[in-house]
Design a protein around this ligand. Structure first.
Ligand SMILES: C[S@@+](CC[C@H](N)C(=O)[O-])C[C@H]1O[C@@H](n2cnc3c(N)ncnc32)[C@H](O)[C@@H]1O
Length: 437
């Protein structure tokens, strides 16, 4: 891959600083193609597919629905996923969707906008969606899937994970129809059909193809059960959540999931050297250029990184203990982590990994041996493998200290080659001055 091409052969400036490499036991990986400064943006990536993380909405309030179904979620633009201002006269609905009582209630008669099930923040988002992610087939498929099921309860009554898998499959089949090239990119990502399709694939494939079969795709693939199972596996391994702002009680919830064609090649490390930011609620004027979008993922390095070093993200908050991390990586991603932190923590008792004790232990370690830890940390901000607390330095310097946040801090991008001393949290968005030497 040339340095000016992305992993899929498309030219982008954003990927010039990383290149793809094959690493034994880890598959494809992204490595620094030059020495990187703390805070440098290594990737800005736009999604090829986005879908809502909100459970399906009932077409009319039903007394038989569980309280969680009746729970009112906030409304988002079905194209850009910004929060909808209900009082805005520019809010418009999808012309194919029926005007439901639920949607009318959500609008509350307050806005000058139209009522409908799928809402957009304005005509531009609606036009964009109708030509891509919210075609008449998508609209029809989602409403039929929600309301009908020949052999069991409608999807609306199934658990949330199944509803979200259905949303993903509809988005993926639609991608095959409206953008075969992006669908081929999705097919290149990690994740394949298991030998025996699981219950989710069997159920959803049968449901979609009985209620609302998608139009035949262009190209060489057909919508088989095996393809459905492979798509679900790819979603599980590669989808990034666009997060809601951190709630006061520390609750983190996902607003939408996206498949990002380049960011999907970052491998995991329990002490990552990069972290990802999203700015979904940024206003259209806040994005610097027309090609930048509020649903882009931005990946910045946390500290200086030498040329050739693999760049890794953490697939979950860094405060999880060793056994929880190993379990999630095994069950959700199919591998055993052998990073430096895991090697050390494998010898700890389970209690030692508990969040609070771990935090106290880290603080004690830092108090007792602060200078030694600083000396032990390598020049590029990494850690000495022999150090018993490989994450002490990391936690102190790169973990957000806001209560229940557990976000990762990365410096703002350098300006004219000069590193920034302002650290930004990728979860709560707080900025703080980096007072480390
Ligand atoms: C999002 S993909 C990352 C890119 C992937 N390596 C590829 O070839 O497309 C996630 C998958 O990468 C692999 N992976 C990620 N981090 C790893 C690690 N630290 N050690 C081994 N495998 C890893 C696992 O197979 C995981 O399911």
């Amino acid at each position: 891959m040339s340095s000016a091409e992305d992993i899929h052969g498309q030219t982008t400036a954003a990927t010039a600083v990383v290149r793809m490499a094959e690493i034994e036991g880890r598959g494809r990986a992204l490595v620094a193609s030059k020495a990187l400064r703390a805070g440098e943006v290594v990737l800005r990536d736009s999604p090829i597919l986005l879908y809502s993380a909100i459970p399906l909405k009932p077409s009319s309030p039903s007394p038989s629905l569980s309280p969680s179904h009746r729970h009112q979620h906030r409304d988002y633009c079905s194209n850009c996923f910004r929060i909808l201002e209900h009082s805005s006269p520019s809010v418009v609905s999808c012309p194919s969707c029926s005007c439901t009582a639920a949607a009318a209630a959500v609008l509350g008669g307050g806005g000058g906008g139209e009522a409908g099930e799928y809402l957009f923040c304005g005509p531009n988002c609606r036009s964009a969606a109708l030509a891509s992610s919210h075609t008449p087939w998508v609209c029809q498929a989602l409403s039929r899937l929600r309301d009908y099921c020949p052999s069991s309860l409608p999807l609306l009554h199934h658990h949330q994970e199944r509803q979200l898998q259905a949303r993903f499959l509809v988005a993926a089949y639609n991608l095959a129809i409206v953008s075969p090239s992006n669908f081929r990119i999705l097919l290149c990502l990690q994740g394949k059909s298991p030998a025996q399709p699981d219950d989710a694939a069997l159920f959803l494939h049968a449901l979609i193809f009985s209620l609302c079969p998608p139009p035949a795709p262009h190209g060489s693939f057909s919508f088989s059960l095996e393809l459905t199972a492979a798509l679900l596996a790819k979603d599980k391994l590669n989808a990034f959540g666009l997060m809601e702002p951190l709630a006061k009680d520390g609750e983190r919830s996902v607003r939408a999931y996206g498949i990002y064609p380049n960011a999907s090649f970052f491998n995991h490390d329990c002490l990552p050297n990069a972290c990802r930011f999203d700015y979904v609620d940024a206003s259209a004027t806040a994005t610097a250029t027309a090609s930048e979008c509020n649903t882009d993922l931005v990946v910045r390095v946390i500290h200086d990184i030498p040329q050739g070093r693999e760049i890794c993200l953490s697939y979950f908050p860094v405060n999880l203990n060793h056994s929880d991390r190993q379990r999630r990586l095994r069950e959700d991603y199919g591998f055993t982590c052998t990073c430096d932190r895991c090697k050390v923590e494998a010898n700890w008792s389970d209690d030692e990994g508990d969040e609070e004790e771990e935090e106290e232990e880290t603080e004690e370690a830092m108090d007792e041996d602060h200078d030694q830890l600083m000396e032990d940390s390598t020049e590029d901000g990494g850690v000495n493998e022999e150090n018993n607390f490989p994450h002490a330095y990391f936690f102190l310097r790169y973990m957000c200290n806001r209560k229940n946040c557990w976000g990762t801090l990365a410096p703002l991008p350098p300006s004219n080659g000069i590193p920034s001393s302002v650290m930004e949290c990728n979860v709560c968005g707080d900025m703080k001055n980096d007072d480390a030497p």
